[in-house]
Design a protein around this ligand. Structure first.
Ligand SMILES: [Zn+2]
Length: 190
């Protein structure tokens, strides 16, 4: 049996921000990772309330940032929070089959991928990521603005995906952006 959670995009945003508020002063993760929840979710399936698309940076831990535990967030991480077909497939799955109504694309301050796209000349596979970020940021020289442009670009790609668009029209799915401050711990919605 698959559990489904009836939570709107707006309620999901409120829950994320409330979780972030608790995290800012926490000393360790406070999400529920108990034996009971492992048992419950293994038997009844997952019903995450939000999809988080963010960077792989080790300082950005979505479950901690939103005080979330097992089964609460469907997280997609890739350096620079770039989006391609594999990420879109994951989003389609979580929105279409698990009932998530909110997609939060979250960049962060001091993002190495964005800085490399701005200043570096990376080679090999890293170039795939920085080329995508360059498409988003053009010749922007301000790191914060570049980060925001990169988030907006990923949102645009997600919204352009036809299947996601259908889900959006049918169900009130929303795609929003945010920047996570790796020093203060605060999530700022864009
Ligand atoms: Zn990053």
């Amino acid at each position: 049996m698959q559990e489904t959670l009836q939570i709107t995009a707006r309620e999901a945003v409120e829950r994320l921000l409330a979780g972030n508020q608790k995290y800012i002063d926490a000393k360790c993760g406070i999400g529920d990772i108990s034996k009971e929840i492992r048992q419950r979710t293994s038997q009844h399936g997952q019903a995450p309330y939000a999809i988080i698309v963010t960077c792989s940076d080790s300082r950005v831990i979505p479950e901690n940032i939103f005080s979330a535990g097992i089964g609460e967030l469907f997280v997609i991480r890739l350096a620079g929070n770039v989006i391609d077909d594999h990420q879109l497939g994951s989003i389609e799955y979580a929105a279409g089959h698990l009932g998530c109504r909110l997609i939060l694309v979250m960049g962060h301050t001091h993002c190495g991928a964005v800085e490399a796209a701005m200043n570096g000349n990376p080679k090999n596979y890293i170039k795939f990521i920085t080329d995508e970020i360059r498409l988003a940021i053009g010749d922007e020289t301000d790191a914060t603005k570049a980060c925001e442009l990169n988030v907006a670009h990923s949102i645009h790609i997600i919204e352009d995906s036809l299947e996601i668009h259908h889900i959006e029209e049918d169900s009130g799915l929303r795609v929003i952006g945010a920047i996570y401050d790796i020093e203060s711990g605060e999530v700022r919605l864009l």
